[in-house]
Design a binder for this molecule. Structure first.
Ligand code: KIV
Length: 294
C-alpha cells in the first residue's frame, strides 16, 4: 500500500515537518515557511498563499493591541485571536503561542491552559519560550498529545530578565547554554524550535545537530525554516522593525492613502454616487408623509 502524504489534501501536519527535516537534514531544500497571523482575513490570505505554519504569536500584544511588550497578553485574548485564525486556516499547521504566565506556575495549570488552545480554539500545536527549564513542561504537554514548538535565544517574555531585546549567544558561555537549551527542547519531545536573534553560525550549528526543524527569526539563512511577524513584512508597524525583518510591502501607506481619498470623497459629496445608492421601485415610490405637530 502506498501512503499518500498529508492524506493527499496538502494539509501540513507535525509529522510532515519532521519528515522534511529527515529527508533534508542539511536544510538545502524544502525550507519551512512560517508567519504570524492574528485574524481571519490575514490567516486566509497567508493560508491561500501557501504558508506552511501560521503562528498566532503573543506578538499580538505589541503589533495588534498596542502594548509595549508581550507580557500583558492573556490566555483569553490569545484564544479569541486563535479562533479567528482557525476559521481562516485550512492547509497550514496552526500553532498558538502560550502567553506569559500561562505556563510559568505549576505543570497542571500549564497543561490545562494548553488543552484550552486545542479544545476551545482549534490549535494544532502550542509554542512555549525557554530551553532547559522547560524540559519537564514540554514532556508533559507532548505526553498529553499536544505538539510543542520550542523557542530559545531571544525570548521576548524574558525581556525584564534579559534587560532588553538583544542578540543572544554571543559569548562562548552563552553559545554553549543556547546549544544546551536547543538540545533540551528536542530531548523533551518538541517537534520544532524557534531560534530568535542568534548569530548565524550558532544557528547553523544547532540546525546541523538537531533532528527536529529549526525555525529562524534573526538567526540567518541556514535554519530549516523562517518565521517573521506578518506586520513587519507588510510594513504595518509603527516602530523601527528589527534588522532581520525584511519589508515586502508598504500596507500602511496603502491604507492611509485609501482612507484620505475616502474622507475627501465624503467631504466633497463624491461618495456615494447614484450607482452606489438603493432606489425605490417605481410602483412603491415613497409617499409624502405629513406629520401634524400636536
Ligand atoms: O510572538 C511571536 O510572534 C513569536 C515569533 C515571531 C517567533 O514568538
Amino acid at each position: 500500500m502506498s501512503v499518500v502524504p498529508n492524506g493527499g489534501n496538502g494539509k501540513i501536519t507535525v509529522p510532515d515537518l519532521l519528515q522534511r527535516k529527515a529527508a533534508d537534514p542539511n536544510s538545502k531544500t524544502q525550507k519551512i515557511t512560517c508567519l504570524t497571523a492574528y485574524d481571519y482575513p490575514t490567516a486566509r490570505l497567508l493560508d491561500e498563499a501557501g504558508v506552511d505554519v501560521i503562528l498566532v504569536g503573543d506578538s499580538l500584544g505589541m503589533v495588534v493591541l498596542g502594548h509595549e511588550s508581550t507580557l500583558s497578553v492573556t490566555v483569553d485574548e490569545m484564544l479569541h485571536h486563535t479562533r479567528a485564525v482557525r476559521r481562516g486556516t485550512r492547509r497550514a499547521l496552526l500553532v498558538a503561542d502560550m502567553p506569559y504566565g500561562s505556563y510559568h506556575t505549576d505543570t497542571a495549570e500549564s497543561l490545562r491552559n494548553a488543552v484550552r488552545f486545542v479544545k476551545e480554539a482549534g490549535a494544532e500545536a502550542v509554542k512555549v519560550e525557554g530551553g532547559e527549564r522547560r524540559l519537564e513542561l514540554i514532556a508533559r504537554l507532548t505526553e498529553a498529545e499536544i505538539p510543542v514548538m520550542g523557542h530559545v535565544g531571544l525570548t521576548p517574555q524574558s525581556v525584564n530578565a534579559l534587560g532588553g531585546y538583544r542578540v543572544q549567544g554571543k559569548t562562548p558561555d552563552a553559545a554553549e547554554q543556547l546549544i544546551r537549551d536547543a538540545r533540551a527542547v528536542e530531548a523533551s519531545g518538541a517537534f520544532a524550535v524557534v531560534l530568535e536573534a542568534v548569530p548565524r553560525e550558532l544557528a547553523a550549528q544547532i540546525t546541523r545537530e538537531l533532528r527536529i526543524p529549526t525555525i529562524g527569526i534573526g538567526a540567518g539563512p541556514d535554519c530549516d525554516g523562517q518565521i517573521l511577524v506578518v506586520h513587519d513584512i507588510l510594513g504595518l508597524t509603527f516602530s523601527q522593525p528589527p534588522k532581520f525583518a525584511r519589508q515586502y510591502a508598504n500596507v500602511a501607506e496603502i491604507i492611509s492613502n485609501a482612507v484620505r481619498e475616502y474622507c475627501e470623497d465624503v467631504r466633497n459629496s463624491g461618495f456615494p454616487s447614484d450607482a452606489e445608492s438603493y432606489h425605490a421601485p417605481q410602483a412603491t415610490k415613497v409617499r409624502k408623509t405629513v406629520f401634524i405637530a400636536s
